[in-house]
Design a protein around this ligand. Structure first.
Ligand code: GLU
Length: 428
């Protein structure tokens, strides 16, 4: 997101325009879907621990709600921009549509670096975010969730502020809440596990045995950790993990040819997903530059960090061995890189399909919160697997039928569903 010249919103609009053209979509529908319906920009004053006030900038973008209330996470990141939030809100619309859940797309953000904030300051920021926007979000309007550098604790502070202001209990206001406080079992692992359900199905299609595959993972946050967990359970071996180092302000790659040990790596990782390099070295990891995550000799790449990771500049470094890329992050691959990947016949499971497990489980959380009756973890994950597998095969079938890459067929399904909802409501 920080890279000069890269604009996630322009990328999301280019992807949309290309598919709208192929679908010969009506001009009014295109105009309605290529921009957000509504967006809010606001300031959040916070009294810091030293007594001084600091003013943070917050956003909420509601891209489309024709299929249901807007849905999407809130990111805390120092390089957050309005355009990044717009792109992410748009991708949420397509994500909910391709997963076929009755929700629209939204996204929120705050420009801040939670590494530098105490828990009290983060609580004040969460409560301040809600105070500025609570009239325009809510269980029947727009439902936030965790995302980059936000967690269940942040969601609970936000819920508490919303309920104080609204004078009632509204557990459906927000998802990703802690279990026991309206959260769903399985929600924490849902995004990463979802990536692996799709990966499993894609590997069957290209006739590869998952238990004999190897992978490289970019990122070591929530999505990356849980995708490694399930991938390991299926017998897959992760050869390298790369992650951000807050002290050095750059990423490093941690390599172990015989396979990384997830519990051990977790044990030396902070809450933002940064692995301690000294301890990793002691455990026998080879440590190289962050960029090297992409040129590992493995079968699968899992970009699970941030947008703009596979670009025109580094796409050629992808090893000949790579057969599959599953995008755990939102927007990791630029259109330029996509063209090269398609040319090389590497199967790519696009972000808004690959990582739809998170929001699908959020939807299950809403359903459970509304019933005030909670399912077992197995029930949640069973339903999630079923939903993801169905979504994957619908996209795969269309991609074969139209002879287009998975990203394009996923877009076709998602955009058509949203356009249809707008038509049926009589909007266009
Ligand atoms: N932040 C996650 C995503 O990008 C989950 C969103 C949600 O659960 O609403 O898909």
């Amino acid at each position: 997101m920080a890279e000069k010249g890269f604009n996630a919103y322009h990328m999301a609009q280019t992807q949309f325009d290309n598919v709208a053209e192929k679908l010969e979509m009506d001009q009014a529908v295109r105009a309605l879907l290529r921009e957000p319906l509504r967006e809010y920009h606001f300031l959040i004053p916070v009294r810091m621990d030293d007594g001084a006030f600091r003013i943070f900038k917050g956003f909420r973008v509601q891209h489309n709600d024709a299929r249901g209330p807007c849905k999407g996470g809130i990111r805390f990141h120092p390089q957050e921009t309005a355009d990044t939030v717009r792109a992410l809100a748009m991708w949420m619309t397509w994500k909910c549509a391709v997963a076929d859940i009755p929700l629209g797309g939204g996204k929120g953000g705050v420009i801040c670096d939670p590494h530098d904030l105490s828990m009290r300051e983060q609580e004040a920021l969460c409560r301040g975010w809600v105070r500025q926007i609570y009239l325009n979000v809510g269980p029947v309007q727009d439902v936030p969730a965790p995302d980059v550098m936000t967690s269940g604790q942040h969601m609970l502070w936000m819920l508490d502020e919303y309920e104080r202001l609204s004078g009632g209990k509204y557990p459906g206001f927000i998802t990703g809440k802690p279990v026991g406080m309206g959260g769903s079992l399985g929600r924490t692992e849902a995004t990463g596990y979802g990536v692996i359900y799709h990966t499993r199905e894609a590997l069957k299609d290209i006739e590869m045995d998952i238990s004999k595959t190897t992978a490289a993972v970019q990122g070591f946050g929530n999505v990356a950790q849980y995708l490694i967990e399930l991938y390991n359970q299926y017998g897959g071996k992760v050869r390298s993990v790369s992650c951000w180092d807050q002290q050095e302000k750059k990423a490093f790659t941690f390599i172990k040819k015989e396979g990384v040990n997830l519990p051990m790596l977790r044990g030396i990782t902070d809450r933002f997903g940064s692995i301690n390099r000294t301890k990793a070295k002691d455990l026998g990891y080879e440590i190289t530059a962050g960029e090297e995550w992409i040129d590992q000799n493995v079968d699968i790449l899992f970009p699970a960090a941030l947008e703009n990771s596979i670009t025109g500049t580094n796409v050629e470094s992808i090893s000949k061995q790579v057969k599959l890329i599953a995008e755990g992050a939102n927007g990791p691959t630029t259109p330029e890189a996509d063209t090269v990947i398609n040319g090389r016949k590497i199967t790519l499971i696009p972000d808004f399909l690959a990582n739809a497990g998170g929001v699908t489980c959020s939807y299950f959380e809403q359903v459970q919160s509304n019933m005030n009756y909670f399912w077992s973890r197995d029930e949640v994950l069973g339903k999630l697997d079923e939903k993801m597998t169905m979504a994957f095969h619908a996209v795969l079938d269309l991609s074969k039928h139209r002879d287009v890459p998975l990203r394009e067929s996923a877009y076709m399904i998602a955009i058509s569903r949203v356009a249809e909802a707008c038509h049926m409501r009589g909007w266009v």
